[in-house]
Design a protein around this ligand. Sequence first.
Ligand code: SF4
Length: 387
Amino acid sequence: MMTTELKRTGLAGVEELYQRRGQRARELSEQGAKVIGYFCCYVPVEFFTALEMLPYRIQGGVNEPITEADAYLETIMCPFIRSAFDLALKNRYDFLDGLVVPHTCDTVQRIYDIWKYYRKPAYSHFINVPHMLQPSSYEFFKQELLTFRKSLEEFAGRKMTDEALTEAVRLHNENRALVRQLYDLRKPDPPLTSGVEILKTMVTGMGLPVLEYNELLRSVIREIRERGGGPGKKPARILIYGSVIDDISFIQLIEDSGANVVMDDLSTGLRGFWHDVEPTPDPLDGIVNRYLDKIYCPRTYRPQAETQEKDLDNRFGYVYKSAADFQVNGVILYVIRFCDTYELDAPDFKSYFQKKGFPVLYLEDDYSAGTLGQLKTRVQAFIEMIA
Ligand code: SF4
C-alpha cells in the first residue's frame, strides 16, 4: 500500500490542501507514484489502491473562465466537463499519468475520446457501466471490471492479487465509515460543523491516498468534537441534492444567507460513501454489487415498481430518510445546466419531496462563480420563506 507521511492534519490541513488542490498528487507524482485521474463515483478506486497508484478525482474550476475548451467542445454541453477539460488544456492536470472514465452519461463518455486524443495520457481506459439493473447487468459489469483490472495491471507492470484487493476494500470501507462519522457531526441542532468545512474536506480527500485521507478524517473529526461550538444555530437546515459541487462558493452563499447546510446527496458529497463494499470470497463480486447497485445516481434506471409512489420511494426514499434524520426543513435541488441526467429526474424528485412536506428550491446553474449573484436572490427568498 502507498504509505507516505501526512504533513497536513485537522481543519488547517484541509484548508491548505483545498487551497492548493492537486498539490499532494503532484508531490507524490514527483516521488514516482502513478496518479490516475477519473470522473464520477463509478470507478472502483480500490483497484488503484491495490496497485499502489493514486486515484485522483478530476474536478473543474468555477472561478476559472473557460477560455481554451470552447475551441474543442460545444458550449451547449455540461459546463463542469467543459471546465475540467479546459483545466487539462491549460496543463493543470499535467501530474496525471492516466485517465479512467466510466459511462456515467453521454457527455462524460465523449470527453474520454477527446481528452485521450488531445492530451495523450500514458494510460487510458473506458468502463462501460450498464444503465439498467437486470440479472445480466451484473455479469456484464464483472467482465468489464476484469478487463479494466487486466489493463491496469499491464500499465502497473504487476498483478493485482486478491489479497491486495481485499485490503484495499477494507481501507476504502474504513474511509466510507469515517466520512459517515463526519457527516453525523451535522445532525445536532446547531450542527457541530458547517457545510463549507464538510465540502472542503470531501473535495480535498478526492486527491489523497486512502491511508492519508483516513488519517486526515480522523484528525478533523477529533478537532470538531473537541472544539465545541460550530457554525451556530440558524433557522433553516438545508439538504442539497444534485451532481457535482466541487467549490465552496455556492455552499458559502447558502450559509451566509441564514441557513446551515446539514446534509447532501451529491456526486462530490455523500453519494459515494453511503454503502460499503460487502466482503465476498472473490473481492470483485462485492465491488461489482456495490458500484452497480448501491450508488443512487439518476444515470441508472432501476426496475420499475408496481406503483409510481413505490417507484419514487425506491429512487429517493434514502434521501427522504436522511432529510428526516438530519431535521432538514428545506431541500435545494441543484442541477448543472445541460445535464439531461438530472434534468429528467428533477420533476419526480421535486414532487416527491413536496408531497412529503418539504419546500424545494430547484436551481439550474452554469457551474461558474460569475452566476452566483443570480442564485443569491433566489436562495435568500427561499430561506426567508422557510425560516
Ligand atoms: S453533471 Fe450531468 S452531464 Fe455533467 S458529467 Fe455529471 S451527469 Fe454528466
